[in-house]
Write a protein that binds this ligand. Structure first.
Ligand code: SAM
Length: 239
C-alpha cells in the first residue's frame, strides 16, 4: 500500500518511521511519502490560507496548493482521506475497508479547514472520504492521520504475526474486549480469576464472552443497541 500525507507540518508525521508503521515499511508492506504542502505555493511567504468568504473567525486553506499537489502526486484512482471533525466516524469497519485500498492520500487540514472546492474537484478523480476520529476538535489533521494509519496498517495481510489477535479485539465482533491478565497469578493482593487458570477452554471462552458483554453494556450500550442511540439523539435534537 502506498501512503501519501499532505501537511504544513511534515515533522508532525515523524512517528510514521517508528513502531508499527516503521516495521511495516521495513517489511515492504507500505511505502510512505510525506509532503510539505507549502512547496506548492508560489508567493514569498508560502501562504496556504486566506480569510473566509462570508466572514467569520479564522482562516481557510486556499485551494490552489492542494490542487497543484494533487496534480503532481497524480492522485487519480487513489482514496483521498480528508481528516475533518465533520466527516464520517472512523470505526474498525472503516479501517478494514481502507485496508483494502492500494493507495491512501491523507489531506491534513489546519485553521478552519480546507476550501470545499478542493474536495469537490478531487471527487472527479479519486475516491474522497471525509473522516472524523471523534466528536472533538483537534488543531490539525496530522494526529487524526496517524491514528487512521495505525488502525489500517495493522490490518494489512502479513503484518500481524498472529492473525487471531486481530479477530479477538474490541470492536471486531461488536463488543469491547474482556479484561486480560498475565503472570504473576497473584500481584499486590489481587488474583487472576480462577477460571483463567483452569485450563478448561470452554469455561474460559464463556467467561470471556460474559465479561465482554458486561463491559459493553456498562461502557458502550450504544454498541449493543444502535437504534436506541439514534432515538436518544432524536430526543436531544428535538429539545
Ligand atoms: N472549523 C472546523 C470545524 O468546526 O469543523 C475545525 C477545524 S480544526 C481546528 C483544523 C483541522 O484539524 C481540520 O481541518 C481537520 O483536518 C483536523 N481535525 C480536527 N478535529 C478533527 C477530528 N475530530 N477528526 C479528524 N480531523 C480533525
Amino acid at each position: 500500500m502506498r501512503l501519501d500525507y499532505l501537511t504544513i507540518f511534515p515533522d508532525y508525521l515523524a512517528p510514521l518511521g517508528l513502531s508499527l508503521p516503521g516495521k511495516a515499511q521495513e517489511r515492504g508492506l507500505i511505502e510512505v511519502h510525506v509532503h510539505d504542502l507549502r512547496q506548492w505555493t508560489d508567493d514569498r511567504h508560502h501562504t496556504v490560507d486566506d480569510t473566509p468568504y462570508g466572514g467569520g473567525a479564522g482562516m481557510v486553506m486556499k485551494p490552489e496548493p492542494w490542487g497543484e499537489a494533487f496534480d503532481v502526486l497524480a492522485i487519480d484512482g487513489a482514496t483521498l482521506v480528508v481528516t475533518t471533525p465533520s466527516g464520517e466516524p472512523f470505526t474498525q469497519a472503516l479501517a478494514r475497508d481502507l485496508a483494502t485500498r492500494e493507495r491512501l492520500v491523507f489531506a491534513c487540514g489546519r485553521y478552519e479547514g480546507i476550501d470545499q472546492r478542493v474536495l469537490d474537484h478531487a471527487a472527479g478523480r479519486a475516491e474522497v472520504r471525509e473522516v472524523s476520529i471523534g466528536d472533538y476538535v483537534l488543531n490539525g489533521g496530522e494526529v487524526a492521520a496517524l491514528a487512521i494509519t495505525e488502525a489500517v496498517v495493522r490490518l494489512l495481510p502479513g503484518f500481524m504475526g498472529n492473525a487471531e489477535s486481530l479477530t479477538e479485539e474490541s470492536h471486531e465482533d461488536g463488543l469491547l474486549e474482556y479484561p486480560v491478565y498475565t503472570k504473576p497469578a497473584s500481584w499486590r493482593g489481587l488474583d487472576v480469576p480462577d477460571v483463567l487458570l483452569s485450563g478448561d477452554h470452554g469455561r474460559i471462552s464463556a467467561w470471556r464472552r460474559d465479561q465482554a458483554e458486561r463491559r459493553t453494556t456498562e461502557r458502550r450500550p450504544d454498541l449493543l443497541h444502535p437504534s436506541r442511540a439514534d432515538s436518544e439523539w432524536d430526543v436531544v435534537a428535538a429539545t
